[in-house]
Ligand binder design. Structure first.
Ligand code: SF4
Length: 146
């Protein structure tokens, strides 16, 4: 089991949730996925299509009232030990939308956040740095849980 945890440490699955973003941060996430110059797969990780397969969750957007319950339902489907990354200033503080009637609150009011990547939107390099930190945290948790 320990061997599997060690091997898995090199290849986490990542999953993206849009919690009400303007899509600016999502475009930057697409940049890290599609443009070879920023390719995040060189870190050993890969995007997956189901929260049930994910190890690391990247969340963009300011958590709108309409999306909050759906976000929590999807988040609960990600198996432990999961690591959460807030991408952009919106999930960290609400960003430019924080005074809006349609914002439920910063992401860390609803789920534990392990890594913050500030910026509006953050540069691809900052996302890669945040993801590298998340992979390290996830690897330690996976090994401790094995
Ligand atoms: S941080 Fe900026 S770019 Fe990202 S979702 Fe918020 S407003 Fe859009």
């Amino acid at each position: 089991m320990r061997f599997l945890a060690k091997a898995a440490r090199k290849s986490p699955w990542i999953y993206r949730i849009n919690a009400g973003s303007c899509n600016g941060c999502d475009v930057e996430l697409a940049t890290t996925a599609c443009i070879p110059r920023y390719d995040i797969e060189r870190l050993g990780c890969q995007y997956c299509g189901s929260p049930k397969h994910a190890d690391i969750i990247l969340i963009t957007g300011p958590v709108t009232v309409g999306v909050k319950d759906k976000l929590l339902r999807v988040y609960a489907q990600v198996p432990e030990p999961k690591v959460t990354v807030a991408v952009g200033i919106c999930p960290i503080s609400g960003g430019v939308f924080r005074e809006s009637y349609s914002i439920a609150g910063p992401l860390d009011q609803f789920v534990p956040v392990d890594v913050n990547v500030p910026g509006c939107p953050p540069r691809p390099q900052a996302i890669i740095e945040g993801l590298a930190l998340a992979i390290e945290i996830w690897g330690e948790r996976a090994e401790a849980a094995a």
